[in-house]
Design a protein around this ligand. Structure first.
Ligand SMILES: C[S@@+](CC[C@H](N)C(=O)[O-])C[C@H]1O[C@@H](n2cnc3c(N)ncnc32)[C@H](O)[C@@H]1O
Length: 269
């Protein structure tokens, strides 16, 4: 199983040498964003979500909650994260509580396909003002059902932003990867197939950009910072086989075996 980390908060405290209540945002930035591009990638999505402080946003596959906290802080809005991995949901909530963001971020344990039928103790099950999903669909075999479920949860005209990995050219990326240890839960499609699947699931495309070159530079910069010892604790240290997974991902972006795509869509066709 790929997402099998346990005792996440204890590991974060050990890696940062800081108790949960004393963690700074800088300490968290490198560790609670489970995707290439870190907080900078989320910055590239936020302006396209058309958020106001009154918005309620859906984060599909919210992981450790770093993107949700960043969106809630930046836009002053409310974010509900949904994730299939219970330990990640518990860690995301604990990190939000420690960051004083429990009023504006909430994390629910559910498969996105079941979320509309999950009792989350509040009325928000649909009619979200916006949604985003970052580095999740690689694990999803039936992407049409996945995006159609997101479309169903949004109000008409709401924005969806994605930052996702697609199959590129040449050899298959080497395993393990951040989203798959053994390949059995990796379901990559090409960038064109991904964009067309999202469109045919109930969305109108607004923007579709290949962010592979930007992502490659981000990996290069991170590598330099790690070598210089400038980054105290990073996500790979938290994950099983984390450094190899991240290096394989960086190599796959560098060779073109995978590409990284940023997309913006409007719910409804
Ligand atoms: C690579 S992590 C990305 C986490 C987060 N989006 C981020 O960028 O920090 C992929 C996440 O997707 C979640 N996930 C995979 N399939 C899912 C599904 N069907 N429904 C909800 N979450 C899912 C995993 O548990 C994991 O937390």
């Amino acid at each position: 199983m790929t997402y099998a980390e346990a005792d996440i908060i204890a590991t974060v405290e050990r890696l940062t040498g800081t108790s949960l209540s004393a963690l700074s945002r800088a300490q968290l930035d490198g560790i609670d964003q489970f995707h290439a591009g870190g907080p900078e990638a989320i910055e590239r999505l936020i302006p396209h979500l058309a958020l106001t402080p009154g918005s309620t946003v859906l984060d599909v596959g919210s992981g450790l909650g770093g993107p949700a906290r960043q969106v809630a802080r930046t836009a002053g809005c409310r974010v509900i994260g949904v994730d299939i991995t219970p330990a990640y949901v518990a860690a995301a909530q604990a990190l939000s509580d420690a960051a004083g963001l429990s009023e504006r971020t909430r994390f629910v344990h559910s498969d996105i396909g079941e979320f509309g039928r999950t009792d989350v103790g509040e009325s928000v099950h649909s009619g979200f003002d916006a949604a985003y999903t970052v580095h999740v669909q690689m694990n999803i075999a039936d992407k049409k059902v996945f995006y159609a479920e997101i479309a169903r949860l949004l109000r008409p005209g709401a924005r969806l932003a994605v930052f996702e990995v697609a199959r590129g050219v040449g050899d298959e990326p080497a395993l393990p990867l951040p989203w798959s240890l053994d390949g059995t839960d990796s379901h990559l499609v090409t960038a064109d197939e991904l964009r067309d699947t999202i469109r045919s699931s109930g969305f109108t495309p607004v923007e579709w950009a290949d962010e592979s070159a930007w992502t490659r530079r981000w990996f290069d910069d991170l590598g330099r910072e790690l070598l210089a010892g400038a980054v105290p604790a990073t996500l790979p240290a938290l994950l099983a086989d984390g450094p190899t997974r991240m290096l394989n991902y960086a190599a796959a972006v560098a060779t073109g075996a995978v590409t990284v795509q940023r997309g913006v869509f409007t719910a409804g066709v």
